[in-house]
Design a binder for this molecule. Structure first.
Ligand code: AMP
Ligand code: ZN
Ligand code: FE
Ligand code: FE
Length: 290
């Protein structure tokens, strides 16, 4: 069994890279993909530990990208995974990530200002202490809960942080097509993360959108995910065949922030990703690099 989608404290997970590797070893995972949001810092730190316990570690990333899902003007944030299973991502890709992180810091500064205007007494240092190098809205949500402004993380998003809420401020996010191209240029394989979130329950829109994304050069689809029912998975496996997409899968483990999701096993053991998924992903990565 393998897991190709997980997060560490370097983004919004609650286990350190070292603790995550240890957990994967305890669970006897054959391979672990670390896919922190917009950073390789967790993967980089986990490498020595993974080597020491002979856990096969897969270099990955989860990028937030902008996409006009329903063809209307408003763009939504769509998550895109990138995998580099046989070779390190090109250096240029890492500098591109640094630019994204820079814009995140700038957004965070403006977000603190906005929330202060709304009467919340928070400071940038307090949020950064929770988030480290990849401070994001989930860390703002935690701080608001800790300070008693909201009872739950969801309430923090609903009242302040969601795109439709009064506290929301924009940040620079690459477009979906650009992110797909960057991953390919860096020698990786892109995969649409948790496709079930793409179009809600609108099956026709989902179908049209995935067809469009394949046309933009998307290389894979995350057919296996903790949020997927067996029907969802079957549908995404069909799309993968239809559009020649690689299949990927993982739990999207975040530790205590999503306590019902288990590494390797998903929600109530609804997940089982076989080793052959990684073998095929690696073959596609090699092929693409020629
Ligand atoms: P950021 O990249 O800092 O803008 O934060 C984006 C992250 O916030 C997403 O990956 C989600 O984990 C979380 N998020 C965004 N919108 C919501 C929402 N409405 N409810 C709960 N979590 C959300
Ligand atoms: Zn996350
Ligand atoms: Fe995601
Ligand atoms: Fe994720």
């Amino acid at each position: 069994m393998i897991d190709l989608h997980s997060h560490t404290t370097e983004s919004d997970g609650t286990l350190t890279p070292l603790e995550l590797v240890e957990l994967a070893a305890v669970k006897s995972l054959e391979a672990l993909g670390i896919t922190d949001h917009d950073t390789f810092a967790g993967y980089d730190q986990a490498r020595p530990a993974a080597e020491a316990c002979r856990l096969e570690l897969v270099c990955g990333i989860e990028l937030s990208t902008k996409l006009d899902v329903d063809g209307r003007k408003s763009e939504r944030s769509v998550h895109l995974l990138g995998y580099f299973p046989d070779a390190e991502p090109a250096a240029e890709f890492r500098s591109w990530l640094h630019a994204i992180q820079e814009s995140r810091r700038d957004r965070n500064l403006r977000l603190v200002g906005r929330l202060r205007e709304l009467g919340l007494d928070i400071r940038l240092e307090e949020v950064q202490q929770l988030g480290g190098s990849m401070t994001g809205r989930p860390h703002f949500a935690k701080l608001l809960r800790r300070k008693g402004y909201v009872k739950t993380l969801q309430e923090a998003f609903d009242r302040y942080l969601d795109e439709s809420a009064p506290g929301y401020v924009e940040r620079l996010e690459p477009g979906f097509a650009e992110a797909v191209a960057r991953i390919r240029e860096a020698g990786g394989v892109s995969s649409l993360a948790h496709p079930v979130r793409l179009a809600g329950r609108d099956a026709a829109l989902e179908f049209r959108t995935i067809e469009r994304l394949a046309g933009m050069g998307l290389r894979g689809i995350e057919a296996y995910h903790s949020d997927h029912s067996s029907e969802d998975t079957a549908r995404y496996l069909d799309y993968a065949r239809k559009y020649g997409l690689a299949v990927t899968g993982g739990s999207d483990f975040h530790g205590d922030t999503k306590p019902d999701v288990q590494l390797g096993a998903g929600r109530a053991a609804n997940l089982r990703v076989s080793r052959s998924v990684l073998d095929q992903l690696r073959a596609i990565a090699c092929q693409a690099r020629g």
